[in-house]
Ligand binder design. Structure first.
Ligand code: DAH
Length: 373
């Protein structure tokens, strides 16, 4: 209940002092609750308003109403009350305004201090390149699939038609997870050496027709140097339908290279071998640094080693032996055909940005990375 000023019947010194004590304790209590400026204004008006404030009422009910013999003492009391009310209103106002007298030092704002920098991150150049490649294929109607980096021998090799003793299965190239010897070979875990296992994983899940790209991290047991890293990135592609031909493969990849490197680049296919494609090819693009001439002014062109061509990816028609592994999901090798390709995203980024050491991509030096932001 809010405090109200009582009418006094007894104007004795003791009664006046008792009433004063009650009033002051109400004053302190209300003052302590004030936090904001509007709180404070209400408080001030309640106690000080000329018309009907607490002080005016005290003046009327305790002083004016006092009998003659009590006037002197009542006057002293009312003066004391007035002083205390004014004080309480001052202190409360400082607190409500947040003046330094009542604020913690840590709350104070020093506008002369330098601001806090919050740098905004940016895409890593390799991720940026992967996103660009993916979006070229998205525009052709491809969707994106991903798979695990820790893979089984089955998906990484067996279902991709690698024979049991293929050299890629050797620890020279592949990083195997330790202590797997008790498991059958196909269940043994390794760090995937390419994104191709996701071809199988996707064909197990989705029936043909299929058009997908697969960006991801891969690992190989290669010592790091300017063009090798034990961890790098690939983008895989796979299209399966009825009547897909090598012509579709060439047309699709030629378009993609022009979209990525500029409309004047040419593509060139040369026979190659991969266990999971037949026939297989390596694709080159005409060097977009020297325009295919092999020379930069009087200097030899380094990125294409003066040949005018840059090898950019492996590709081919999906080997029927691969379809055999997913035949039950609609991939009957007599009914469907497809093409696949895989490219190193880091290599594309090196070429695109004219960087000469792949290690720079993975050292996390912000001075280097910032240049691509
Ligand atoms: N997986 C191969 C590698 O890592 C690249 C590759 C070649 C992927 C031909 C393909 C392909 O899909 O058809 O070297």
């Amino acid at each position: 209940m809010a405090y109200t000023v009582p009418k006094l019947k007894d104007f004795s010194a003791a009664a006046l002092e008792k009433a004063t004590k009650k009033l002051l304790s109400a004053l302190d209590e209300e003052a302590a609750a004030i936090e904001t400026e509007p709180d404070w204004k209400t408080f001030r008006d309640r106690w000080m308003a000329r018309k009907d404030g607490v002080l005016t009422q005290v003046n009327d009910l305790w002083l004016k109403a006092a009998p003659k013999e009590a006037k002197r003492h009542a006057g002293q009391q009312v003066n004391e009350i007035k002083k205390r009310v004014e004080q309480a209103i001052d202190v409360a106002q400082n607190r409500a305004r947040g003046d330094s007298a009542s604020r913690l030092d840590s709350d104070r704002l020093d506008i002369t201090l330098p601001g806090i920098q919050r740098p905004i991150g940016a895409e890593h150049p390799v991720i940026k390149t992967m996103n660009e490649i993916v979006s070229v294929f998205r525009n052709l109607g491809y969707s994106v699939q991903e798979g695990p980096v820790i893979e089984t021998d089955y998906y990484n090799f067996e279902a991709l038609n690698f024979p049991p003793n293929h050299p890629a299965r050797d620890t020279q190239d592949t990083l195997f997870i330790a202590n797997q010897e008790s498991k059958p070979q196909r269940e043994r875990l390794l760090l995937r050496t390419h994104t191709s296992p996701v071809q199988i994983r996707t064909m197990e899940k989705i029936k043909p027709p299929l058009r997908i790209v697969i960006p991801g991290k891969v690992h190989r047991n290669d010592p790091p140097d300017a063009s090798h890293s034990p961890m790098f990135h690939q983008i895989e592609g796979l299209a399966v339908d009825t009547n897909i031909t090598f012509g579709d493969l060439k047309g699709t990849l030629d378009h993609a290279m022009k979209a990525l490197f500029g409309s004047s680049v040419k593509t060139h296919f040369r026979p190659s071998f991969f266990p999971f494609t037949e026939p297989s090819a390596e694709m080159m693009v005409s060097c977009f640094i020297c325009g295919g001439s092999g020379q930069r002014g009087s200097e030899p062109c380094r990125p294409c080693k003066r040949t005018g061509w840059i090898e950019i990816l492996g590709c081919g028609m999906v080997d029927p032996n691969v379809f055999e592994f997913v035949k039950d999901n609609g991939y009957d090798p007599r009914k469907v055909s497809g093409f696949a390709f895989g490219m190193g995203a880091d290599r594309v980024a090196l070429l695109k940005y004219g960087v000469d050491d792949i290690q720079l991509f993975f050292q996390g030096d912000v001075r280097f990375l910032r240049q691509f932001a």
